[in-house]
Design a protein around this ligand. Structure first.
Ligand code: HEM
Length: 224
């Protein structure tokens, strides 16, 4: 990623995300995926039992990554105070209006019969907003329950056994329930031809102008 002020968008491209939003997106997603993968090793006996120096490799890696992600999430929250563009993106993602209901109705109607023109969408459609909401809720829940499990894993005290036994299934089910949401997000970002362009916005910061006009006609690039 480069400094946005130094490089104006290429002709035919419009700026979609500045560096702070991309940094927050990628740092949280890399940690999230590493945590999911190391956590899922618990369901694979061959991986779960790998030990190094008497310690369970993936369990310790998971706990270390978990505390690191808590620190990254705290920095991301602090960055909200410092970065105007990040705040604007968060506002646009969390603000909902009549266009969201229309967009959701249109998508449901499309499942039944093809065709019909898309209602006007601003920077984010209702699906993206829903994905952001579910991701934020799952991340907060997993970090909260994870910290309790992590402290218990290291100290074997602080919390009662009964409390930890109640928290563990919450952690497990939050992680498992989020997998379909994550797979849907990955499908739209990496595979689905009509939405794949959005990935460029999260990597280089810009998207094709014609794509932006078609998918986000109510968004004025530059004004967010
Ligand atoms: C944020 C994303 C996270 C995901 C997707 C995730 C996922 C998982 C999964 C799938 C398991 C296995 C559950 C089972 O065996 O039933 C697990 C276990 C565990 N997680 Fe997480 N977790 C996350 C965050 C954290 C954090 C932040 C911490 C601690 C700081 C943490 C600490 C633990 C501990 C201690 C276990 C039990 C390890 C063991 O005894 O083998 N997790 N996690």
């Amino acid at each position: 990623m480069t400094d946005d002020r130094a490089r104006p968008p290429h002709r035919g491209l419009v700026r979609r995300f500045k560096v702070p939003t991309r940094l927050v997106h990628w740092s949280l997603s890399v940690f999230f995926i590493l945590l999911l993968l190391t956590g899922l090793t618990n369901f694979v006996p061959e991986l779960k039992t790998i030990h190094i120096g008497g310690a369970r490799l993936f369990a310790w890696a998971h706990v270390a990554l978990g505390f690191a992600m808590v620190a990254v999430a705290a920095v991301a929250l602090l960055a909200l105070n410092r970065s105007r563009s990040l705040r604007d993106d968060m506002d646009a993602l969390t603000r909902n209006g009549p266009d969201d209901t229309r967009w959701l109705r249109h998508q449901l109607a499309r499942l039944i019969r093809r065709g019909g023109s898309e209602p006007p969408v601003a920077k984010f459609n209702a699906g993206q907003k829903l994905n952001a909401l579910l991701s934020a809720a799952a991340t907060a829940g997993l970090l909260g329950t994870g910290v309790i499990l992590g402290i218990n894993y290291i100290t074997k005290r602080v919390f009662s056994t009964v409390f930890v036994a109640d928290v563990f299934p919450l952690h497990t089910w939050l992680a498992l329930a989020f997998i379909p949401v994550l797979l849907g997000h990955l499908y739209l970002a990496l595979i689905n031809p009509s939405t794949r362009e959005a990935l460029r916005g999260m990597t280089s910061g810009s998207v094709r102008r014609d794509w932006a006009r078609r998918h986000h006609p109510g968004w004025t690039p530059g004004e967010d």
